[in-house]
Design a binder for this molecule. Structure first.
Ligand code: RB5
Length: 146
């Protein structure tokens, strides 16, 4: 079972707490990287914390929540070794893991219902990378950053 590193900005704070409760009560180890209140903060600060934790521990998968999920995904993908995927459906979440070996899930608290986000996250955390022919393509992406 993956360890979950989670973070949000103020727009995602309430949803983050609900997600933490949901996955903790189902036996997941969840590390909360903030924010800790609904006071206004900057999403790149939390994207950096979660993405860095994921890049340093390959047993760890990340989840980031902001208003749209867009800012978090752009920021998290700046960290080497991180493949952050913005997902709106369970199918995207599964493909993100199966084909792209995504290790951070990004969602938008202002545009998505809590129950939908829970189902997307559950699918993401239990799906695995399929490897094989996808590896060559991911290596090509990796080379774009160097
Ligand atoms: C914060 O107001 C907002 O810009 C942020 O949560 C998010 O939508 C970024 O993608």
């Amino acid at each position: 079972m993956a360890v979950i590193a989670i973070g949000s900005d103020h727009t995602g704070f309430k949803m983050k707490q609900e997600i933490i409760n949901y996955f903790t009560s189902r036996g997941y180890q969840v590390k909360d990287f903030g924010c800790d209140t609904s006071d206004c903060v900057d999403y790149p600060d939390y994207a950096e914390k979660v993405a860095t934790a994921v890049s340093e521990d390959n047993k760890c998968l990340g989840m980031l929540i902001c208003g749209t999920g867009i800012g978090m995904s752009i920021a998290a993908n700046k960290i080497k070794g991180v493949r952050a995927a913005l997902c709106h459906t369970e199918y995207e979440a599964q493909m993100a893991r199966n084909q792209f070996n995504a290790n951070v899930l990004c969602v938008g608290a202002r545009i998505m219902e809590r129950d939908v986000v829970v189902r997307i996250a559950a699918r993401f955390f239990r799906s695995e990378f399929e490897g094989s022919r996808q590896t060559k393509r991911l290596e090509k992406i990796e080379r774009l950053a160097s």
